[in-house]
Write a protein that binds this ligand. Structure first.
Ligand SMILES: [Cu+2]
Length: 162
């Protein structure tokens, strides 16, 4: 039974010459005590058939999920697991980036450090498994706006006392 399933999987995959390209795989430097992290990249499907990113795995993490970031009815940002994977339509590029779709590491064995690289295996429905090398980068968190607001408020406060 298992052999039959494998055979049909091979037959299916030979009909699909899905050409998946993965560009700029990267992770953010993580704080020493943080056990979670993400991976971001552009995934282009140059094939003629739609594909799906089903799962991801790396020796760096005990558990890895595929997530999307959504804003709920209360305006709160939440991450949701993509239980059926991330669709990669034919002829399109799907962007995995902070605040959007991402690979999520739920159980990092060690934090990501600047300049490190690590292997990440992506499993596609048609294209099969592809292992890429992820670069750990100093990706700035989108918090500068808040800092600016704080400065502006202090500024206003001073002006009031003039
Ligand atoms: Cu997440």
């Amino acid at each position: 039974m298992k052999k039959l399933l494998m055979l049909s999987a091979i037959l299916l995959s030979t009909s699909a010459f899905a050409d998946i390209l993965i560009d700029n795989p990267r992770s953010r430097v993580s704080a020493p005590t943080v056990k979670v992290g993400g991976a971001f990249m552009d995934i282009t499907n140059n094939g003629k058939e739609d594909d799906v990113l089903l799962s991801a795995s790396t020796p760096r993490s005990g558990k890895t999920e595929l997530h999307n970031t959504v804003i709920d009815e209360n305006g709160v940002m939440k991450m949701r697991e993509m239980e059926n994977g991330i669709p990669i339509p034919a002829g399109e590029t799907v962007v995995l980036k902070p605040g959007s779709l991402h690979v999520m590491f739920m159980d990092l064995h060690e934090p990501f450090q600047l300049g490190q690289t690590y292997p990440l295996t992506l499993k596609f429905k048609n294209a099969g498994e592809k292992t890429v090398t992820v670069n750990v980068k100093d990706m700035p968190a989108p918090q500068q706006h808040q800092h600016n607001m704080q400065k502006d408020m202090q500024h206003d406060h001073k002006n009031m006392h003039k």
